[in-house]
Design a protein around this ligand. Structure first.
Ligand SMILES: Cc1ncc(COP(=O)(O)O)c(C=O)c1O
Length: 429
């Protein structure tokens, strides 16, 4: 009789399915590139994982994540041969397709090649990274900036570098996963307060009078599109002698004067207690992320931010594209155009009686409750020619599955009008 087992393969670093029949073990055929390991040696020296050992707990069908193979063309997206209008992208200003951004990246690749070849502290410290840091620090009015590989890496590296043992972190419960994971990895104590609950945060600060305290919050919240009250957070920080880490990944280019984000809107940009995180992969249409703060903080991060120190630097074409995007953003008043589109969408949605929650940002969630309702609405929108992905737990709270609609400056008035019409048909029938 044959039974299935899995055996660890030291060459491929994966579990290989085996058929065990009598005393012989026949391994699943490996790909031609895999070096074969003697099966007897392997079976005797390596641990055997019985099939009954579940490495991942089962995922309910309505929670299964799946890649959607797709190709973007500006505000359009092609899926399974169908061209749909994309209302599910963080390319809020349409800059990823802007000719100046494309040209900058292409020229840099021609001149510098693609990969950076090493981490910044070894030999990957391209001058364009410094140029981008200077440009961002100037535009956002901070003393200094540090460019990091991505927003995920920025938040994990920042929290790990800053939050030592004895530090207390005070985190909004709906913070982005990168802040949640950064707090988990840090050696500090973490206290979570209810979403936007300033009184709760104040109570928590009062009951944990540690000498090193950091308030950690998204600026524009990624799944709800609502905004932290930066003014109030800074006041609490002042009273409690704390720092504030503000991840305004979705605020850059979308809110505040000239798209400079929530801190600039509150007039607290560059404050000595404020450390801001932003990304280049959303409104700037490029890739990478940055941390802004005082010169001391940024120098400290150069010494201690492990996700920068131990990771290959961004390819030079990434800061090149981000620099070009920053220039276009300022020259073409794109954040203003985006705000006009957001207002138009809100006006039409309100007129149509669609139950949107209050958000003045391009992130417009339509909360439908069950996973099935969100999936069905997303699929029906596709039939009407629109791509809006269904967001389900654990990305959002249980019972709040939703359509997360994102408006872009690149959408035309007709696109927005037609989306609202399609939403009405999908929601009301
Ligand atoms: C608030 C927030 N912070 C950080 C990130 C991570 O940024 P990146 O995609 O550059 O890793 C995201 C990404 O979606 C985000 O929404």
């Amino acid at each position: 009789m044959q039974s299935a087992q899995q055996v660890w393969c030291v060459v491929t670093g994966t579990w290989q399915k085996t058929q065990v029949g009598g005393s012989s073990v026949s391994r699943k055929r490996l790909t031609p590139n895999d070096r074969k390991v003697d099966s007897d040696d392997m079976a005797s020296s390596m641990p055997v994982m019985p099939d009954s050992c579940n490495w991942f707990s089962p995922v309910a069908e309505s929670r299964q994540r799946a890649f959607t193979r797709s190709q973007r063309f500006g505000v359009w997206i092609e899926i399974d041969g169908a061209r749909l209008l994309n209302f599910s992208s963080n390319d809020y200003l349409g800059l990823s397709f802007h000719p100046a951004v494309q040209q900058a990246a292409i020229e840099t690749i021609r001149h510098d090649g693609f990969g950076s070849g090493a981490s910044r502290l070894v030999s990957g410290d391209d001058p364009l990274l410094h140029e981008l840091e200077d440009a961002l620090a100037r535009w956002k009015e901070y003393e200094a900036a540090l460019v990091v590989g991505s927003g995920m890496l920025a938040n994990i590296g920042l929290l790990n570098a800053l939050a030592q043992r004895g530090t207390h972190l005070f985190c909004d419960k709906l913070n982005h996963a990168s802040l949640v994971d950064g707090a988990r990895l840090a050696r500090s104590a973490t206290h979570r307060y209810a979403h936007l609950d300033l009184a709760g945060l104040e109570r928590s600060l009062e009951t944990h009078p540690a000498s090193r305290r950091i308030i950690v919050s998204d600026g524009v919240f990624s799944m709800d599109g609502d905004c932290a009250d930066i003014h109030a957070l800074m006041q609490l920080a002042e009273t409690c002698d704390a720092l504030v880490i503000l991840d305004d990944a979705h605020g850059l280019g979308t809110v505040g004067p000239g798209g400079r984000g929530l801190a600039a809107e509150a007039g607290v940009q560059g404050h000595a207690r404020l450390i801001e995180v932003g990304t280049c992969g959303k409104a700037l249409g490029a890739y990478g992320a940055f941390i802004l703060g005082s010169s001391e903080i940024i120098e400290g991060l150069r010494q201690r931010c492990r996700t920068m120190i131990y990771s290959t630097a961004l390819p030079p074409c990434a800061p090149s594209a981000a620099l070009a995007a920053l220039k276009v953003l300022q020259e073409e008043s794109l954040p203003q155009k985006l705000q006009e589109n957001v207002k138009l969408f809100l006006h039409l949605a309100q007129q149509a009686g669609l139950p949107f929650v209050a958000s003045r940002t391009p992130i417009q969630p339509l909360i439908l409750g069950s996973d099935e309702a969100a999936l069905q609405a997303s699929s029906r929108l596709r039939e009407h020619g629109f791509f809006v992905s269904a967001i389900r737990p654990p990305a959002v709270l249980e019972g709040t599955a939703r359509l997360r609609i994102t408006v872009s400056a690149a959408h035309k008035v007709e696109h927005i009008k037609n989306l609202v019409k399609a939403l009405v048909m999908v929601i009301n029938t």
